[in-house]
Design a protein around this ligand. Structure first.
Ligand code: NAI
Ligand code: MG
Length: 361
């Protein structure tokens, strides 16, 4: 029997509801595949502000660092909207990403075929969409300095700085190649090399690194073209690797290919140490505590946790299959259900997915 320690940070709003289902699912995986999961709970976000006076207590960071992986719900809510920046729930999230040095943000964008009508885009466009976006998470224009607003000779001026080291570029690009090797072996590197010096270096690094991965086909694409190609013909993409801001924008755009926020998982990985897994949606205060939230994004995040942090790909695949089956069986939560007949609660959807794990069709 293998033992794994998982830090669980439910957070605020629907976070605790959806995380509970993912934890129970992991327990079921443990039973079936003979793994022992130890779950250690920590506080983050608004709930931590209320109870400990900070959105990221030191104890929480400790728990995460001592674990094999971190499972997070969501943070934030109107209750804390007027807090000062250091007491904002989101500061807790940025803080834990930083403390664990999570530089690679993975967002799989997969359309489950039974949800084909959930996308606002045409069926023939989104059919078979299966993309993995790999976004650099610790560098680029969001963190560069100088960053300031000042008064110059011609009035107010502002500066943001896009700063990257070659080493930061290389580690995320390598991650892109490695992930492409586990998929269809196609890597699209997205940049703005016709304008930006940082992108010219990015392209050089990608070309150099590609020599180490001769089995992966590398193509370069300018970011504006990539934005267009994503909705023109998403099937052309396998893995996309890009810098922080381009990845931020493209991954939100790509999420619309599958239609529902409640379905999309994410993984953030560091150099070593635990990865962090969370749904891409927020704390949804409008539906918190009502047992109606869709738990599938968090359950699919648990699948990513199994695959990327614990190396349990068979188990990860079993979870993804169980989710796919639940959808094929016609089960929906309200966000993907619309007028659907069989709309389930959060708890019921969790039960259905666990049931599918026990007795695959
Ligand atoms: P949101 O993602 O929480 O909700 C947007 C809409 O989608 C809402 O109508 C909500 O009910 C619905 N929704 C979201 N997840 C759902 C799910 N699993 N099942 C069914 N419906 C779902 O974004 P919003 O409303 O902009 O933000 C609410 C709070 O969450 C804010 O305090 C925000 O700062 C925070 N937030 C936190 C994030 C995180 O923890 N990573 C990410 C985004 C927002
Ligand atoms: Mg964003």
């Amino acid at each position: 029997m293998s033992n794994y320690k998982i830090a669980v940070l439910p957070g605020d709003g629907i976070g605790p509801d959806v995380v509970k289902e993912a934890v129970q699912l992991l327990e079921e995986i443990g039973n079936q595949y003979n793994h022992q999961f130890e779950f250690v709970y920590g506080k983050i976000g608004g709930v931590a502000v209320d109870e400990a006076g900070t959105p990221l207590p030191e104890k929480t960071v400790e728990i995460c660092k001592e674990s094999d992986a971190v499972l997070l719900g969501a943070v934030g809510g109107p209750k804390w909207d007027n807090e000062s920046p250091e007491l904002k729930p989101e500061t807790g999230l940025l803080g834990i990403r930083k403390a664990l040095q999570l530089y690679a943000n993975l967002r799989p964008v997969t359309l489950f075929s039974s949800l084909i009508h959930s996308s606002p885009l045409k069926r023939e466009v989104v059919l078979d969409t299966d993309i993995l976006i790999v976004r650099e998470l610790t560098g680029g224009i969001y963190f560069g300095s100088p960053r300031e607003r000042r008064v110059g000779e011609k009035g107010v001026e502002v500066i943001d700085t896009l700063f990257y080291t070659e080493a930061e570029m290389e580690r995320i690009i390598r991650k892109g190649f490695e992930l492409a090797q586990t998929r269809k072996r196609k890597l699209t590197s997205v940049d703005k090399a016709n304008v930006l010096e940082s992108s010219r270096l990015w392209r050089e690094v990608a070309n150099r690194v590609s020599c180490d991965y001769p089995d992966v086909a590398l193509t370069h694409m300018l970011v504006d073209n990539a934005a267009m190609q994503l909705i023109r013909n998403p099937r052309q993409f396998d893995v996309i690797v890009t810098e922080n801001m381009f990845g931020d924008i493209l991954s939100d755009e790509a999420s619309m290919l599958t239609g529902s926020l409640g379905m999309l998982p994410s993984a953030s990985l560091g150099v070593e140490g635990p990865g962090l897994y969370e749904p891409i949606h927020g704390s949804a205060p409008d539906i918190a505590g009502k047992d109606v939230a869709n738990p599938l994004a968090t359950i699919l995040s648990a699948a990513l946790l199994l695959r990327h942090s614990l190396g349990l790909s068979e188990e990860a695949y079993a979870v993804e299959k169980a989710v796919e089956q639940a959808l094929e069986q016609g089960f929906r939560t309200h966000d993907i259900g619309g007028e659907w007949e069989r709309v389930l609660s959060t708890t019921q959807m969790g039960e259905v997915v666990r049931g599918n794990l026990k007795a695959p069709i």
